[in-house]
Write a protein that binds this ligand. Structure first.
Ligand SMILES: Cc1ncc(COP(=O)(O)O)c(C=O)c1O
Length: 368
């Protein structure tokens, strides 16, 4: 069955909002004599900012689409630009899930927005916990056998936040095949640039029920720009555009992202990823040797999940030193775990100093 049959009937029948922009041909847009169709002010504010603020932006700016298509190595008709991948998560749930009827499957411990988006929409959330004893891989046989019939979306995260491990790519593809008539598999690759694994965007052409989420918030250092991308087959992208607000990408964002992803910036971003990876290795070695630490989980990301003997004490000592780390102890299977983002060398050094002081204190407390 075509996966598009699983979208909500109201979305399939929706007459989307038709903006002034959509009613104008690209040719007319390229060289307008005068734009008298969008109730914009004809005068720009007196700020020298390098972009036009008095005009509505292009809904999916062509230069940005082309840039993202190059970066992600996908055809541009496989792309939807969104305000961070958070927006794509929200839109997917709204397109597929009927409130009070349909379900979203998640694999905790995992990124929290899948559940929040489902709950906002009134969709049921079904949990298939990752198997700690199997390196936090999903329980594939259980997922296949027990996925409720009303499940429209299965969110997978690889590399996974908050654990840091990558999912087995061939198992993900086999799972897509197994649920091809039932559910869209949404693979969140927010951290893929830090991973030795390849992105699964290449598989999309052959797998209609696979959608991949990508973002510029992590490895590109552009969290403040809020730019994400949904990669999927063109028919699904066309449906998603129906529910995307008319002008989602602000001009300042387009302007900044185009500069921050040109060739020199792309080289700097790759170097930054390398620097973070080198720092991660150092921090990993330090933490693994620390007497405060029970376990450091393997990570294909820019963060480390660490299980401490006294997590609250570590958390508070860090906070007192102005170091913010994330408590993950409420996630299933992660009692005692903190998630530490790899920072600059000096930040990581400061963290190590705080932990060293704590370790010394603990040692003296243990002595009779
Ligand atoms: C796994 C995962 N997906 C998506 C996001 C959201 O990213 P964006 O900034 O693109 O909305 C995050 C943010 O932390 C994340 O960890």
């Amino acid at each position: 069955m075509n996966i598009l049959r699983r979208i909500r009937p109201a979305i399939a029948a929706l007459q989307p909002y038709s903006s002034a922009h959509m009613e104008t041909t690209e040719q007319a847009l390229a060289a307008p004599q005068a734009r008298l169709n969008a109730n914009e002010l004809p005068f720009a504010p007196p700020v020298d900012c390098g972009f036009q603020l008095n005009r509505y932006p292009h809904p999916q700016p062509p230069d940005m689409r082309q840039r993202l298509a190059e970066i992600l190595r996908v055809p541009d008709n496989h792309l939807l630009l969104t305000r961070g991948s958070d927006e794509a998560i929200d839109l997917l749930v709204r397109v597929f899930c009927e409130a009070g009827e349909d379900a979203v499957a998640i694999t905790p411990p995992v990124f929290g927005m899948y559940r929040v988006a489902a709950e906002i929409q009134g969709a049921q959330v079904v949990e298939f916990p990752l198997l700690a004893e199997n390196g936090f891989q999903p329980d594939w046989p259980r997922l296949q056998a027990e996925l409720p019939k009303n499940t429209k979306l299965v969110f997978l995260c690889s590399p996974n936040n908050p654990v840091g491990n990558s999912l087995d790519a061939s198992a993900v593809l086999a799972f897509c095949q197994a649920v091809s008539s039932r559910a869209l598999v949404v693979l969140d690759e927010a951290y893929i640039e830090f991973s030795p694994q390849k992105s699964l965007v290449d598989a999309i052409a052959d797998v209609p029920n696979l959608a991949v989420l990508r973002t510029l918030s992590k490895a590109w250092g552009l969290a403040g720009a809020r730019l994400g991308a949904l990669v999927a087959q063109p028919a699904l992208i066309a449906i998603m555009r129906r529910v995307l607000p008319p002008y989602p990408i602000p001009e300042p964002v387009r302007y900044a992202v185009m500069q921050a992803t040109d060739q020199p910036a792309a080289k700097a971003a790759r170097q930054a990823v390398q620097a973070v990876m080198a720092e991660k290795k150092r921090l990993q070695a330090f933490l693994s040797a620390s007497p405060l630490v029970k376990q450091v989980y393997p990570s294909d990301t820019n963060f480390l999940l660490v299980r401490f003997y006294q997590p609250e004490r570590v958390f508070h000592a860090c906070a007192q030193a102005g170091l913010l780390v994330r408590d993950q102890s409420r996630q299933p299977g992660l009692a005692g775990c903190l998630r530490i983002t790899v920072g600059r060398a000096e930040d990581n050094q400061r963290l190590q100093s705080v932990l060293q002081v704590l370790a010394t204190q603990r040692k003296s407390e243990e002595q009779p």
